[in-house]
Ligand binder design. Structure first.
Ligand SMILES: *Cc1c(COP(=O)(O)O)cnc(C)c1O
Length: 395
C-alpha cells in the first residue's frame, strides 16, 4: 500500500487492487475449507480456512492499512471481534469500561466474563478523574467507545491511552461510529481498534461482520492465536462483501455526514424537538475534543421528543427511514433506544443515562437530505396535531 496516497485513494488502490494471478479487478472469493499439501514437510501458506484464508487475508491486510495498524483480524460479527479480544484477559483481571458502551459489550462484560472471574468497573469515560480513580492494580484494559451510543458522548482517546500506559494497561477503542475514514485511534495511542463492520464499513445492511486491528507485534500474535482458537472467523463470501463496501466508505460517510448536519440543524430549530445530540454542533459536550481527534462529525444523531406517545405518532407518520436496530447503512435508519438497543437495561439505569422514552436515534443514509427533512416535517406536524387534539379533548 502506498502510504503517500490519501485515505480516499487508498480505499481503492492498495495491494488488493487486482489479483496477481489473473488480473481480476475484484478479490477472488476462496470458498475452500482446506488446502492440498504437496509436501507435508513444507506446508503451504494455507492449510485450513479457520487458520487462514486468502479472501480473509485480503480484508485483514486492507483494514490494517486503513487503521494505521500492522495487523488486522476479521470475525463473524462485531461482538465476535470484541469477545475474542476480551479473551486476551485472564481470571482476576479487571476492565475499566465506559458505562454507555454498546449493549452487547455490556452483556459480555457483565453477564459472561464476570462468570470467568474477570471483573469490571463501569465509569463515565468522559471524566478522566473518574477513570483514574477506577484503575486498580489488576486493571488490564481501559475500554472506550467514542462517540458513544445513543447520546454521542465524547471520550478523549489520547488522554485515556496515556492514563492506560502510565498504569500498564491496554486501551481498546470501539471505532464503529467513526471508522478509520474519520478517526484512527492507533495514531492517538490506543492499542486495539474494534469494529462492527456490519455498520458503516460494509455499509449496505447485508452482512454481519467484525474487525480488530493492532500495531503491537505481541498483541498481534496473541490475537491470531485467539482467532484460531476461538474460531469465530468471518467467512470468505462475507469478507468479500466487506471489501466491496469499503471501497465507497469515504464518499458514503462524507455524504451522510453532510446530510446528518443538515437534518440535525433542522431538528434543532423545531419547536417539537426538545434536544438534539450531534458531535458536529459546537455546543455539543466534548465537541472540541471530537474535532481534535476526528476529521468529521459522522452520520449518527439523536433527538428527544416529549414522551413515548409522541415517538409513536412520529414513527407512524414518517416514511423514509427504516425503523430498525443497526446503523451505518445506505438507507437512513431510525431506532428507538428505550425499546430496542437499551430495552434490557433497567428503567432507572436507562433514565439515569438520559435514554428517556422520547429519545430517537437516527443514522443518516444517502437519501437527499431535503427529502428526509420533508418527511420529518410531516411526522412532527402530526405529533403537534395529535397534541392539540388531546389537549382539546381533555378540556
Ligand atoms: C453494532 C455494534 C456492535 C456489535 O456489532 P455486531 O456486528 O452487531 O456484532 C458493537 N459496537 C457498536 C458500537 C455497534 O454499533
Amino acid at each position: 500500500m502506498t502510504e503517500s496516497h490519501s485515505f480516499q485513494t487508498r480505499l481503492l488502490h492498495n495491494n488488493h487492487k487486482f489479483d496477481s494471478q489473473t488480473g481480476a479487478v475484484s478479490v477472488p472469493i476462496q470458498q475452500a475449507s482446506t488446502f492440498h499439501q504437496a509436501d507435508f514437510d513444507n506446508p503451504g501458506v494455507y492449510d485450513y480456512s479457520r487458520s487462514g484464508n486468502p479472501t480473509r487475508d485480503a480484508l485483514e491486510e486492507t483494514i490494517a492499512g486503513l487503521e494505521g495498524g500492522s495487523r488486522g483480524f476479521a470475525f463473524a460479527s462485531g461482538m465476535a471481534a470484541i469477545s475474542t479480544s476480551f479473551m486476551l484477559l485472564s481470571k482476576e483481571d479487571h476492565v475499566v469500561i465506559s458505562e454507555d458502551v454498546y449493549g452487547g459489550t455490556f452483556r459480555m462484560i457483565h453477564d459472561v466474563l464476570y462468570r470467568f472471574g474477570i471483573d469490571h468497573t463501569f465509569v463515565n469515560m468522559t471524566d478522566l478523574h473518574e477513570v483514574a480513580t477506577a484503575i486498580q492494580p489488576n486493571t488490564k484494559v481501559l475500554y472506550i467507545e467514542t462517540p458513544s451510543n445513543p447520546l454521542l458522548n465524547i471520550t478523549d482517546i489520547q488522554a485515556v491511552s496515556k492514563l492506560a500506559k502510565a498504569n500498564g494497561c491496554l486501551t481498546f477503542v470501539d471505532n464503529t461510529f467513526m471508522t478509520p475514514a474519520l478517526q484512527r485511534p492507533l495514531e492517538l495511542g490506543a492499542d486495539l481498534v474494534l469494529h462492527s463492520a456490519t455498520k458503516f464499513i460494509a455499509g449496505h445492511s447485508d452482512v454481519v461482520a467484525g474487525l480488530a486491528v493492532t500495531n503491537h507485534p505481541e498483541l498481534s500474535e496473541q490475537l491470531s492465536f485467539l482467532q484460531n482458537s476461538f474460531g469465530s472467523i468471518l467467512g470468505a463470501h462475507d469478507c468479500w462483501l466487506v471489501l466491496r463496501g469499503l471501497k465507497t466508505l469515504d464518499c458514503r460517510l462524507k455524504q451522510s455526514s453532510e446530510s446528518a448536519y443538515k437534518v440535525a440543524t433542522y431538528l434543532h430549530g423545531h419547536p417539537q424537538v426538545e434536544e438534539v445530540y450531534y458531535p458536529g454542533f459546537s455546543t455539543h459536550p466534548g465537541a472540541s475534543t471530537h474535532a481534535y481527534q476526528s476529521s468529521g462529525s459522522g452520520a449518527v444523531l439523536s433527538f428527544r421528543l416529549k414522551d413515548e406517545a409522541e415517538v409513536r405518532s412520529f414513527s407512524q407518520k414518517i416514511e423514509l427511514p427504516v425503523f430498525a436496530v443497526s446503523l451505518g447503512a445506505v438507507e437512513s435508519i431510525l431506532s428507538y433506544p428505550a425499546k430496542m438497543s437499551h430495552a434490557a437495561m433497567p428503567e432507572k439505569e436507562r433514565l439515569k443515562r438520559g435514554i428517556t422514552d422520547g429519545l430517537l436515534r437516527l443514522s443518516v443514509g444517502l437519501e437527499n437530505p431535503d427529502d428526509l427533512i420533508k418527511d420529518f416535517e410531516t411526522g412532527l406536524a402530526y405529533v403537534k396535531a395529535r397534541n392539540n387534539l388531546s389537549s382539546v379533548q381533555s378540556v
